[in-house]
Design a protein around this ligand. Structure first.
Ligand code: ADP
Ligand code: MG
Length: 488
């Protein structure tokens, strides 16, 4: 048994910041290395949400950094609670790797992590449920569950005239699930913070009531599981799984549109939970009565609690959002760049964040600091770059088909193999970002898909690029090619 000395740990974190900037967060500074045993490096993190997120979204990058800086074949595991206490105790007398050989002065031991704060977190006892967090890393087999991002907290949510009510209701529900507003129904356009608020509710409840059973999933996943269970004749399991939770949170419930059988099942799930005063939280791109072909009885139930809208952020809110996102990423970004982004992009927070990612990726690619000239270039305003409206679908097709070595006919086909879906989703993301085509038009072009599929594709690309720095680099590169009209 050994441990990692301070200098090596710093090198490892520097490596991550250099090579995987998009995944790095300010709170990574609180992580601490514990014991190193049989090629496994345990890293302390302060709560289960962070632990689960790191384990699922960042483990590979940490492993790469650990191997690159120590020269050892290491794996990493993020630990919290009792496991962290035991590891810290075990490591307390161990020699540190990285100390000068030959009896030089030993490097100072890493400061003892403040583990006491983590002790009260009980280990989940129902790992087979589709919960979005757990102390175990591999309990999600078969479940398409959403991993909660520590970024999506109430603290990181910027309020303004367009989202004040939704925010206040979400906080009330998180503090008193089942009593404040039931159900809480948050609706609004893409990128306006619905998922953020849902995850903030989940995080807060998890922290306040560590043993609580929360099921948090996308409507897509709910429908898929339902169909799967119908096919396998496992409806009893399905009902048991969903009707015995304390809090049910379903994102993008508008996907229930036109799904009669799933609506029927969801109706019964809703009733069962509602009667037991269990909290239900839903998000949607439109209010209940505007979801196409939604059964009347569901429309009325969705309105029983509070229906709150999120709408476009005003300029001040946009500035605050960009500032907050830069801070979370520990990104040094001048004020004039912040106001440039907030002026140029007036649609939603997702696009503001996308612009920030593009600027960050462009700066890394060109090895330049972020400043106004660089930001303008990154967003396609100077040099050879055409304005937003000048990018054509052909520019996008050219760049993506060459990079991925796929044919346009594949992108326009119904094929769903990953080798095709990934470039197709990236095309949709680029088309949305760089052209003025509507979601319907983009979906129509790429194989007659509807606007919800396009929205889903765009979200998938954004979610993945946040966690996968290689993909973020590829996107920045393709984006640059598309904007400048160059081909690879
Ligand atoms: P939606 O679910 O409504 O499509 P998301 O919740 O996924 O939107 O938000 C998209 C991105 O914008 C996320 O990174 C989220 O953190 C950010 N975001 C949205 N609204 C806000 C806000 N008011 N304050 C801070 N970040 C926000
Ligand atoms: Mg969402």
């Amino acid at each position: 048994m050994t441990k990692l000395d301070n200098a090596l740990w710093r090198d490892m974190m520097d490596y991550l910041r250099r090579r995987h900037a998009p995944i790095c967060r300010q709170w990574f500074e609180e992580l601490e290395p514990l014991e190193l045993n049989s090629g496994l490096l345990k890293i302390h993190t302060s709560n289960t949400v962070q632990q689960n997120y790191l384990q699922r979204k960042c483990r590979e990058q940490f492993m790469e950094a650990a191997q690159a800086t120590t020269g050892l074949l290491l794996t990493v595991r993020f630990v919290t609670g009792e496991e962290a206490v035991a590891s810290a105790a075990a490591a307390s007398d161990a020699p540190a790797i990285g100390q000068a050989a030959g009896g030089g002065a030993p490097a100072p031991a890493p400061a003892a992590p403040n583990i006491s704060a983590a002790i009260p977190q009980p280990v989940r006892t129902t790992p087979s449920q589709p919960i979005a967090y757990s102390s175990s890393s591999d309990d999600d087999a078969g479940f398409d569950q959403i991993v909660i991002s520590p970024d999506y907290s109430f603290d990181n949510f910027i309020t303004g005239p367009g989202n004040q009510l939704a925010y206040a209701a979400a906080v009330a529900v998180a503090n008193q699930p089942g009593t404040a507003y039931n159900p809480l129904f948050i609706h609004g356009g893409v990128g306006l913070g619905k998922t953020h608020l849902l995850q903030a509710i989940c995080q807060t409840i998890i922290q306040k009531q560590p043993g609580v059973k929360i099921t948090y999933m996308s409507c897509d996943a709910f429908m898929n599981q339902f169909l799967d269970c119908v096919q396998k004749g496992q409806m009893a399991e399905f009902r048991n799984r969903y009707r015995h939770v304390d809090v049910l949170v379903i994102d993008d419930i508008h996907f229930l549109a036109n799904r009669e059988r799933t609506q029927e099942e969801f109706f019964h799930t809703f009733n069962a939970l509602y009667q037991l005063n269990k909290q239900i939280v839903l998000s949607s791109d439109s209010p209940p009565n505007e979801i196409p072909q939604l059964e009347e009885r569901l429309v009325s139930r969705f309105g029983w609690g509070l229906v709150a809208n999120v709408s476009r952020p005003c300029y001040e809110t946009r500035v605050a959002i960009v500032r907050a996102k830069a801070k979370i990423r520990a990104l040094d970004i001048p004020d004039d760049v912040i106001s440039y982004i907030a002026t140029k992009i007036d649609t939603n927070a997702r696009e503001l964040e996308g612009a920030l990612t593009t600027i960050q990726g462009h700066a890394a690619l060109q090895n330049r600091p972020i400043d106004l000239a660089q930001a303008r270039e990154a967003l396609g305003e100077t040099g050879n770059a055409g304005g937003v409206s000048q990018v054509t679908l052909q520019n996008i097709i050219d760049a993506v088909t060459r990079f991925y070595n796929v044919k346009l006919s594949d992108l326009q086909s119904k094929r769903r193999h990953k080798s095709i879906t990934e470039p197709r989703q990236i095309c949709m993301w680029l088309a949305r970002k760089r052209t003025r085509f509507s979601l319907e038009e983009i979906g129509g072009y790429f194989g007659g898909r509807d606007h919800t599929t396009v929205m889903h594709s765009i979200r998938t690309v954004e979610d993945r690029s946040r966690a996968d720095s290689n993909l973020a680099q590829v996107l920045a590169q393709l984006d640059e090619q598309v904007v400048s009209g160059r081909s690879v």
